[in-house]
Design a protein around this ligand. Structure first.
Ligand code: GDR
Length: 331
């Protein structure tokens, strides 16, 4: 049985990836920091097959110990301070976890290594936020980086150090440059889930306003369940490499809001939505759209869920969730 260790196991990608690896017959280990908290308890209920190991991307000895315990064939580094807005407020912490955390994990892998004929394979969750102020569209693996947030800067370091360890030490290390990917498991602080949850609550009469920031930024939004397959596929190749993972379609935040409200029959959505400075960022990424030709041709990967199906999936999930919480029958 192959073994995999996932950092960021409580996040949306960690959960989808754990399910995928389980279906591929892996033994799955998840790194968690801290003591029991509601997120960890929920994970234990939803994904009881995941064996949890305590450790922290800020603490090298704990990473070495986690690798020794899990003895993984594959390590997926999905752990990070991943909320871009927060990274402006906690820039140093972001650099430490999202940036230096990658270096620590790579060092731990060098130290523990895995067996000689079966060295540990490493996946780094890189991000389209590295492209930032884009200088070419669509973005491909060779597009220059121009990050626009402490998060983006930290991800550039994580990406570069992954490539550097591959070049320097021959590690089987891959970097997936993933564009935005969403799901019903997305955290409520991210714009898509914030919108679908509010739309559900407004439709059910539980809320009357949705307060957002800038509605003009454009993102290439895909489904997280599709994207974790690309992560796994990267580590099954003969050679390590870097890949853009994206749908190739871009939509503004405004279009996402419009689609979500229309899905529940509220076409006059402007009356529910207001904007507030609080949700604007000191520097914004205006336009992202990826070209995943390399992933399509070399990995055979392609996204299955399109933009409107994704919006519908998330709104329908939140309608059920919020109706159940409020004890309302819906529809
Ligand atoms: P992003 O995701 O920054 O693209 O990073 P997010 O959903 O937070 O923002 C998307 C866009 O929406 C605008 N926006 C708002 N955003 C939030 N969160 N809340 C609001 O109220 C709001 N109003 C407008 C933002 O300004 C932005 O332009 C995500 C994260 O998952 C990263 O970790 C990942 O690397 C990238 O996607 C790819």
């Amino acid at each position: 049985m192959r073994r995999a260790l996932i950092t960021g196991i409580t996040g949306q990608d960690g959960q989808y990836l754990a399910e995928l690896l389980r279906s591929e017959n892996y033994e799955v280990f998840g790194l968690i920091k801290g003591q029991n908290n509601p997120k960890i308890e929920a994970l234990q209920t939803e994904l009881p097959f995941v064996e949890l190991i305590s450790g922290d991307l800020q603490d090298l000895p704990s990473l070495v110990a986690a690798l020794e315990q899990a003895q993984p064939d594959e390590v997926y580094n999905l752990g990070a301070i991943s909320f871009v807005a927060l990274s402006f407020k906690q820039a140093e912490l972001t650099a430490n976890v999202t940036g230096l955390g990658v270096l620590r994990l790579l060092e731990a892998i060098r130290m523990v290594g895995g067996s000689q004929n079966n060295p540990i394979r490493f996946y780094q969750a890189s991000s389209s936020e590295m492209f930032g102020k884009v200088r070419e569209s669509p973005q491909v693996e060779t597009t220059p980086f121009y990050p626009r947030s402490p998060y983006g800067c930290a991800k550039v370091f994580g990406h570069d150090i992954t490539v550097n360890y591959r070049d320097s030490y021959g590690l089987f290390a891959c970097s997936g440059i993933l564009f935005n990917h969403e799901s019903p498991r997305r955290g409520i602080e991210f714009v898509t889930r914030k919108v679908t949850n509010a739309v559900a609550r407004i439709r059910l009469g539980l809320q009357d306003k949705l307060v957002l920031g800038d509605l003009e930024p454009r993102r290439d939004w895909g489904f997280a369940g599709d994207y974790v397959k690309a992560m796994w596929m990267m580590l099954q190749q003969d050679e390590p490499d870097d890949y853009v993972v994206a749908t190739g379609e871009t939509h503004s935040v405004r279009e996402f809001v419009d689609a979500a409200f229309r899905h529940v029959g509220l076409d006059d959505w402007e009356r529910y939505v207001t904007q507030d400075e609080r949700f604007f960022r000191p520097a914004e990424v205006d336009l992202l759209v990826g070209d995943a030709t390399k992933a399509r041709t070399k990995l055979g990967w392609k996204p299955e869920v399109d933009f409107h199906s994704l919006v519908a999936m998330m709104v329908d999930h939140d309608l059920k969730l919020e109706a159940k919480k409020a004890g309302i029958r819906y529809p």
